[in-house]
Design a protein around this ligand. Structure first.
Ligand SMILES: NC(=O)c1ccc[n+]([C@@H]2O[C@H](COP(=O)([O-])OP(=O)(O)OC[C@H]3O[C@@H](n4cnc5c(N)ncnc54)[C@H](OP(=O)(O)O)[C@@H]3O)[C@@H](O)[C@H]2O)c1
Length: 289
C-alpha cells in the first residue's frame, strides 16, 4: 500500500485522510499542522498516522498532500523541496481550486498535480458521507494524475481533467455559481426586509423556489429556466422595481440592474424580442440618480 503524508490536515485534509485510510488506499504516516495540538487532533480524527512536530521530522512517504491554506502552499513547497529531491517516484499534490500544479514546481523531480474537489468541506464529519458523487478537477504530471484518479475514484468521485492554464477560469466558474448564489440570497433577503418580511419567513418562502430553480437549471439549462419580468419583456414591472429599490437601498437597486442586464442577455437567447431587449437594456443601464 502507498504511504501518505499530510501537511495541513484541516477540514479537507482530515476528511480525505480518514476516507483513504478507511478504504485502505493509503497508509497514513506523518501529519504536520501549524500547531502540534491541531496535528494530534487530526490524527485522532483520521484514526491513523503520527503527529509531527516539524516539517523536517516528517517520515518518508510515497505521496504528499499539501492541504494548508492556498497562501501557504508555495511556502510549504519551498520548505519541502530539500526533502523530496532524492526520489523521482514521489507524488506531491495540493487541492486548491485557484492554483495550478505549477506552484509545486520546486518539488521536482517529484511528480506534481493539483486535485480540486468541487465540494464544500464545511464540516468534516458531514463530508465523509457527502463527498461521494462530487467531481474532482485534476491536472498535472501523468504519474500523479493517474494515481490521484484512482484515489478519488475509489472515494466515489467523478474525475474531470483540465489544463493548468485554465485553472483560474475553471475556479471562477464555481465561484460564480456557488459564492455568488450566496450573495444573491443575501440581496434577496435585503429586498424582503425592505418589504417588512422578516428573515426566517423570507428563507422559508425562498427555499422551495430556489431549490426548484437550481433543479430546473441542472435539468433544462439556464435558457429554459429563466422566468419572471425580464424573460417576459415586462418593462413596466422592471421600471417600478428599480424605482422602489432605489428609494430604500440604492446599492440593492444597482445590483438589481447589473444582474438584470445579465438576465436580458440570457433572455435574448430565448423568447425576448430585440425591441424589448433594447428597452430593458436602456432602462437598466441608466446612470443612477
Ligand atoms: N474547505 C473547502 O471546502 C475546500 C474545498 C476544495 C478545496 N479546498 C482547498 O483545500 C485546502 C485546505 O482548505 P481547508 O478548508 O481544509 O483549510 P483549513 O480547514 O483552514 O485547514 C488548513 C490546515 O492547514 C494548516 N496550516 C496552515 N498553514 C500551515 C503551515 N504553514 N504549515 C503547516 N500547516 C499549516 C492548518 O493548521 P492549524 O490547524 O494548526 O491552524 C490547518 O490544519 C486549500 O488549498 C483549499 O483551497 C478547500
Amino acid at each position: 500500500m502507498q504511504t501518505l503524508n499530510i501537511i495541513g490536515a484541516g477540514r479537507l485534509g482530515k476528511t480525505l485522510g480518514r476516507l483513504w485510510q478507511q478504504k485502505g488506499l493509503f497508509q497514513l504516516k506523518s501529519i504536520f499542522n501549524r500547531s502540534y495540538d491541531s496535528a494530534l487532533a487530526a490524527v485522532e480524527f483520521i484514526g491513523a498516522g503520527q503527529a509531527a512536530e516539524s516539517l523536517e521530522s516528517m517520515a518518508e512517504a510515497d505521496c504528499w498532500l499539501i492541504s494548508c491554506s492556498d497562501g501557504e502552499i508555495a511556502v510549504i513547497a519551498q520548505r519541502l523541496s530539500d526533502k523530496l529531491t532524492e526520489r523521482n517516484d514521489v507524488i506531491a499534490f495540493h487541492c486548491s481550486g485557484a492554483l495550478s500544479s505549477q506552484v509545486l514546481e520546486v518539488l521536482r523531480p517529484a511528480s506534481i498535480a493539483s486535485a480540486h474537489p468541487v465540494h464544500s468541506f464545511a464540516e468534516p464529519l458531514h463530508s465523509l458521507d457527502t463527498l461521494p458523487g462530487s467531481s474532482v478537477a485534476l491536472e498535472g504530471d501523468s504519474l500523479a494524475v493517474s494515481a490521484l484518479e484512482n484515489a478519488f475514484t475509489a472515494l466515489g468521485c467523478e474525475i474531470l481533467t483540465i489544463e493548468a492554464q485554465h485553472k483560474s477560469l475553471y475556479h471562477a466558474g464555481s465561484v460564480i455559481a456557488c459564492n455568488y448564489l450566496t450573495a444573491l440570497i443575501d440581496l434577496s433577503l435585503r429586498s424582503f426586509a425592505a418589504a417588512g418580511i422578516e428573515r426566517n419567513s423570507a428563507l422559508k418562502l425562498l427555499e422551495p423556489i430556489v431549490l426548484q430553480t437550481a433543479q430546473n437549471n441542472m435539468s433544462l439549462g439556464p435558457e429554459k429556466s429563466l422566468t419572471g419580468p425580464i424573460a417576459r419583456g415586462d418593462l413596466e414591472t422592471v421600471a417600478t422595481q428599480v424605482e422602489n429599490l432605489a428609494s430604500v437601498d440604492p446599492q440593492l437597486a444597482l445590483h438589481y440592474r447589473q444582474l438584470g442586464l445579465a438576465c436580458v442577455e440570457l433572455a435574448r437567447r430565448g423568447q425576448l424580442s430585440d425591441e424589448s431587449a433594447a428597452s430593458l437594456i436602456e432602462l437598466l443601464s441608466e446612470p443612477m440618480r
